[in-house]
Design a protein around this ligand. Structure first.
Ligand SMILES: [Zn+2]
Length: 62
């Protein structure tokens, strides 16, 4: 899915919006500029991927 790395799992903010810098491969950890939570990049991305997968499954079942 798109933007799983760039999206804050907690508030949904997408990095690169509102003049913020997109995360690069060097940014292994980052702080969300919107809700100020600290993220480990790969954990945040995997939570987003999991959420999207579950969403998709729920839709397919319905
Ligand atoms: Zn956030």
């Amino acid at each position: 899915p798109r933007n799983t790395t760039q999206t804050c799992h907690d508030c949904g903010f997408v990095m690169g919006k509102n003049g913020t810098n997109k995360l690069t491969l060097k940014d292994r950890e980052w702080d969300c500029p919107n809700c100020h939570i600290h993220h480990i990049r790969d954990w945040n991305a995997s939570k987003n991927i999991l959420a999207k997968g579950l969403e998709k499954l729920a839709k397919e079942k319905a």
